[in-house]
Design a protein around this ligand. Sequence first.
Ligand code: TXA
Ligand code: MG
Length: 314
Amino acid sequence: MYVSLEQAVAKLQRGEVVAIPTETVYGLAGDARHAPALKQIYALKERPASNPLIVHIGQMAQVNDWVSEFPPLAKKLAEAFWPGPFTLVLPAKAEVSSVVRAGEPTVALRMPAHPVTQQVLKASGLALAAPSANKYTQLSPTTAAHVEQSLGQEVAVLDGGPCDVGIESTIVFVAGEQWQLLRLGMVTLAQIEAVAGCSASHCETVATPKVPGQHVLHYSPATPIQLFDHRADLIAFSKQQSNSAVLLFGEDAPVDVPSFVLPNVAQAAAEKLYETLHKMDALQVKTLLIENPPNEADWLAIQDRLQRASHKLN
Ligand code: TXA
Ligand code: MG
């Protein structure tokens, strides 16, 4: 069910859940201080209660409502990457709902850049808990239609067009002067290092939070995926597997099965990655044959998602 911005805001203020666009993926949003809304998010996604939610805020001043410490390093990173596809995990204030943080001592915060998300946050005056708006372990939605396909027609969806980052935010845990990467995204390790002035820490004195959502099998289409390091192997395999579809990066190649090509620039490929996987999944072939993208730093987040999505076969 599609709703207008005004309807979305009214629903959120009443404690209902609404799928909203962000620049990374669509999120299933609810008032982060309202336990029934949070519980409905977990129920609709069929997500285990042990997997915490990201709290989305519209302004820097809101950080202190959620965290017991906002170390200078975290502030520096927030100022550099917010609003944007970047999430900070920080020690939570005692009063932060244990539902939103799934009993963890930390809370995840993100300030999205999408103008529609910003309007929803501003008009509602709320902080919004929002995981990706898909069933647990499925492929994340990058269009309003993907949300309906995964969660059904009853879910209220605010259509903000296709997401232009296209994969989930980079997540960083900050403890004092140290930081650690918890999930790769399109804010890269090199960008974080440049702002932090130091590399990610492996210091054992920092209690690293577990990232309950980082199951190996995640971000998956229903169709099994097989990854290929060499294009020639993929093409040869496609000749034996006529009930397959092919995904390549850069240039197209002549194959006898349906084929898709993503650009050889990482940002542009990320934008279309899930949309393309959704399309390939809809073909209902036996296997998706996917070329590994270039082995370069820019592509690490895309490689990570493809590895997770392909785990069923590997
Ligand atoms: O781009 C995104 O981050 C999207 C949009 C909607 O903001 N959200 C998203 O949420 O991807 P979700 O719930 O699908 O993934 C959030 C990840 C999960 O793996 C979760 O376990 C982890 O963040 N997470 C959340 N709070 C955490 C915490 N306090 N400590 C460690 N990991 C946390
Ligand atoms: Mg998710």
